[in-house]
Ligand binder design. Sequence first.
Ligand SMILES: Nc1nc2c(ncn2[C@@H]2O[C@H](COP(=O)(O)OP(=O)(O)OP(=O)(O)O)[C@@H](O)[C@H]2O)c(=O)[nH]1
Ligand SMILES: [Mg+2]
Length: 297
Amino acid sequence: MTRSGFIGLAGRPNVGKSTLANALVGSKVAIVSDRPQTTRRAVRGVATARDESWQMVLTDLPGVQKPRDVLTERMQRRVERELAESDAILFVLNGEQGIGPGDRFIAAMIEAGKPEAPVICAVNKIDRLKRHELVAALAAAGELEMVDEVFPISARRGTGVAELRARLAELMPDGPLLYPAGEHSDLPSEIHLAELIREQVLRRTREEIPHAVEVEVESIDGRADGIVEVRADIWAESLSQKKILVGRGGRMIREIGTAARRELERELGSKVFLDLRVRVREHWRRDESLLDRLGID
Ligand SMILES: Nc1nc2c(ncn2[C@@H]2O[C@H](COP(=O)(O)OP(=O)(O)OP(=O)(O)O)[C@@H](O)[C@H]2O)c(=O)[nH]1
Ligand SMILES: [Mg+2]
């Protein structure tokens, strides 16, 4: 008999949920950046045992914070729905920062949403902690009433990830494998490639720009010469943002394009021609039909 199930990742923005999802899956399913609210869409990452005795489907979710607009409202509702349907909840804390009001808000949300699912707490970024700080962080996590077990980890370095994965696998209910064993993610390739481009934008921009930018891949075409042609638009919400993204003499967009092309080549395993344009689309974050099309629900 095999075991399989769903695990929802919850936690404040920037605590390392996507880094952890990638580490548990063993493949890059979600983009990572040091800008808060990097993740906008729920991404399912699939981890399967080598002997195919279990499978867990990890749903990497946007970091929870107070909704500001239609985009963040949608993100929040999705988190609540996903957690309600999970077989186990992985609650991620930033061990560096202690437990704050944001963490308590999420703890209350988990408790209200699905009290019967086991809640595993991962205290992340322990690579940054001194021994006594680690002890204090683990004790604080253990005091949260809804938390059943606590695991110290460094998602970035991989410390403690194997132990956490083994425990999560034990918590999966009996059931058939839900995805083919070689599959790591459920994202359509247009969206995954758009995310890889957006990751490069996030790395190079600050303040309101990371929140204002969205990327849409228009087409992916394999040419006869083996090169894959990818056309994509980067949207800004204003002309001044567009100017920053293009940069003086087009320098910024060239840098983004070169870095993104390398990422796409690694992902697709072939040479890529990337045609990248910056466009202005005012208030896209409030445009419900557009958010639908982008798969942000
Ligand atoms: N030092 C250290 N940094 C980490 C670790 N895990 C993640 N980070 C960094 O923390 C930042 C945020 O990581 P993400 O994985 O994007 O965080 P997230 O929780 O998915 O953030 P949102 O999608 O915005 O909610 C990135 O700069 C990561 O490299 C870790 O174990 N140690
Ligand atoms: Mg994330």
